[in-house]
Design a protein around this ligand. Structure first.
Ligand SMILES: Cc1ncc(COP(=O)(O)O)c(C=O)c1O
Length: 366
């Protein structure tokens, strides 16, 4: 079987395009995961991984997709009741996980396309009267393109005693500033396949000391996603179970690339691609006279994924299919937004030049 790989043309909002040299890194022979070589590898990549998360804490490496670490957040950190902030499909998943694992939880919902706001959170925590001990939130909601005001939400959580904040940064890590320690984020998780630009299959997470203290008080944390096991194993630069060693080779390689680019430069590159996309949407609306618009309101837009609302006579699947005919992969809307919108993932290693090529093809399509 042959696969047609056209680089610079794969703009899904995850998984994203993976630089070829990472596959080369993965071709190294497999080694025993309890070997000094793997411990050395894990120890060696920790400083750069912690820097990516902007934390002094070590980074857990989980052979799972990001949802595994979302489950870890719920099962390790809910002692009493979780309050799950929802503004789209992925943020709602925390609540679904709580239901599936028998944890008490409530959902605080913002309309799809709107952010979760600090005032609503403060009101819910106040009304809860001490019922909640965990707040979950998504940073970049990939189904709507909304970027939640994470620092402000975290500040509200810290107004309340004994409440932790767990954050899904799956589509914002390495694309937007996330100051884990400065913002007081207790549990931050991400996946490999978005702006970090690795193949899908690895999840990364950081847990605060407060989170570990909480996990020690929770009896049934599960087996595979027990955060205390991740912490204990990392003391010897190991993982609880057999890790995807080949991914770790690629991670080491990619962290070096991210470090070389510099976090500020990487965040700025993502913001510039997002800004160019918003400008293109505005230009398209005025050129065609049709109501094309960015779904997320200004000030709350993800630098990694943009959801573009379509006029009534167009559909997301149709736009995505026509882009595909021209060699570009984009996504229709997600879930309930599938028909009425399409999504561009301008993340990972994409460049402005590549984005311009996509936008000029979309010019013809719209
Ligand atoms: C914001 C967000 N959270 C969670 C997930 C789930 O990640 P995974 O499929 O890696 O479990 C995704 C996947 O697209 C996502 O975009």
């Amino acid at each position: 079987m042959t696969t047609d790989i056209s680089f610079g043309r794969f703009f899904l909002p995850g998984p994203t395009e993976v630089p070829v040299d990472l596959f080369d890194a993965m071709r190294r022979p497999v080694v025993g995961h309890r070997s000094a070589e793997v411990s050395g590898l894990i120890a060696g990549l920790q400083p750069q991984a912690s820097n990516l998360f902007q934390t002094a804490r070590p980074i857990y490496l989980s052979t799972s997709s990001a949802t595994g670490m979302m489950e870890a957040a719920i099962t390790n950190l809910t002692r009493k009741r979780a309050l799950c902030l929802s503004c789209g499909s992925f943020s709602h998943r925390f609540f679904d996980i709580a239901a599936a694992t028998g944890r008490a939880a409530d959902v605080l919902e913002a309309d799809w396309g709107e952010p979760n706001l600090p005032e609503a959170l403060r009101e819910a925590l106040t009304e809860g009267g001490g019922a909640y001990d965990l707040v979950t939130v998504v940073h970049s909601e990939s189904s709507t393109g909304v970027l939640n005001p994470l620092q402000e939400l975290s500040a509200v959580v810290h107004e309340f005693d004994d409440v932790l904040i767990a954050v899904d940064t799956v589509s914002s890590m390495a694309a937007a500033p996330i100051l884990t320690d400065d913002w007081g984020l207790d549990f931050v998780l991400t996946g490999s396949q978005k702006a970090v630009a690795l193949p899908p299959g690895l999840a990364l997470a950081a847990a605060s000391e407060r989170s570990l203290a909480r996990a020690r008080e929770v009896e049934h944390r599960g087996f595979y996603f027990d955060l205390l096991k991740f912490e204990k194993n990392l003391e010897n630069s190991q993982t609880p179970n057999t890790p995807a060693v080949s991914f770790l080779f690629a991670l080491e390689h990619q962290l070096a690339r991210i470090t070389e680019e510099g976090l500020d430069a990487r965040w700025a590159r993502h913001q510039a691609m997002a800004d160019r996309t918003y400008a293109w949407v505005d230009e398209t609306a005025s050129r065609t006279g049709a109501p094309y618009r960015v779904l997320a309101p200004e000030g709350y837009r993800s630098p990694a994924v943009t959801v573009i609302m379509l006029p009534e006579d167009r559909t997301g699947p149709e736009v995505a299919a026509r882009a595909k005919e021209r060699g570009f992969t984009i996504a229709p809307g997600y879930g309930r937004l599938k028909e009425g919108s399409f999504r561009i993932g301008h993340m990972g290693e994409h460049t402005m030049e590549e984005l311009e090529a996509l936008l000029s093809v979309l010019d013809d399509i719209v």
